[in-house]
Design a protein around this ligand. Structure first.
Ligand code: PGA
Length: 256
């Protein structure tokens, strides 16, 4: 576990909910859940069009705004893209990069690497998602994750590492209802930290928070914290249910 940092609960709303009204309602409920658990940093990453309105509902404490993606250029002929400075101007301070659902739409390691640099340069806490598509018995999934990490971090200088978060999200666990086992998650957190150590140093690697994502819910969250040794979670489905997400924040809050 990263020694000095607060635990992190990130709500990845993906392509939900369907209107700004619903988004506000959900945000307020999550804000209430988070305000009772002050030892956790709670982040909501809604679809882009909701950011500016939700910013008005943030209090600057406990609940923060994240973006689900960003583009590496600042302006120009890039139809449909959103730049870091635009996100900053609507109150975003976290960004998710390299989610497997974006990679499935064609984003490669090279694009992910540019986005990580852009996110860190803008001063965002940048959540880099890595994770294998499937598990095999001869450890190829480990080299796959290592390659994702090494290529994404190519342009990342040592001084930015304090703002980097790595989310281990095995693709087979996302939205499937079956999370990775705490033992598998623990093995991967050790592996990710070892890879970061070999790229940077032990001290710097220890500053990076490592999250798990993939079918986290109120039932499996405690075991994932106790035996998975993670610093928090990236949550999809359960983040649309305030009580379930509140239970996840609560479990992170209670863990000493
Ligand atoms: P899930 O999604 O919690 O619905 O599995 C996690 C994610 O994709 O970040």
């Amino acid at each position: 576990m990263a020694a000095s940092d607060t635990r992190l609960a990130v709500a990845n709303w993906k392509l939900n909910p369907g209107s700004i009204g619903e988004a506000k309602e959900l945000f307020l409920e999550i804000r209430k859940e988070a305000s009772r658990r002050g030892r956790v940093e709670t982040v909501v990453a809604p679809p882009y069009p909701y950011l500016a309105e939700l910013r008005k509902l943030t209090t600057g404490k406990h609940t923060f705004l994240g973006a689900q993606d960003l583009f590496w250029e600042e302006k120009g002929p890039y139809t449909g893209e959103v730049a870091a400075s635009m996100l900053t101007s609507v109150g975003v301070s976290y960004v998710i990069v390299g989610h497997s659902e974006r990679r499935a739409l064609g984003e490669g390691n090279e694009e992910v690497a540019k986005k990580v640099v852009a996110g860190l340069k803008a001063g965002f806490t940048t959540i880099l998602c890595v994770g294998e598509g499937e598990r095999d018995t001869n450890g190829r999934y480990l080299s796959f994750v290592e390659e994702q990490l090494r290529s994404a971090l190519q342009g990342v200088p040592q001084r930015s590492l304090g703002k980097l978060v790595v989310a281990y999200e095995p693709v087979w666990a996302i939205g499937s209802g079956t999370a990775a086992t705490p033992e598998d998650v623990h093995e991967m957190t050790i592996f990710i930290r070892r890879t970061l150590t070999s790229i940077y140093s032990r001290t710097l690697a220890d500053r990076v928070r490592i999250l798990y994502g993939g079918s986290v819910n109120e039932e499996n969250v405690r075991a994932l914290i106790d035996d998975g040794m993670v610093d928090g979670f990236l949550v999809g489905g359960a983040s649309l249910k305030p009580r379930a997400f509140g239970a996840i924040i609560g479990a992170l809050h209670e863990k000493r």
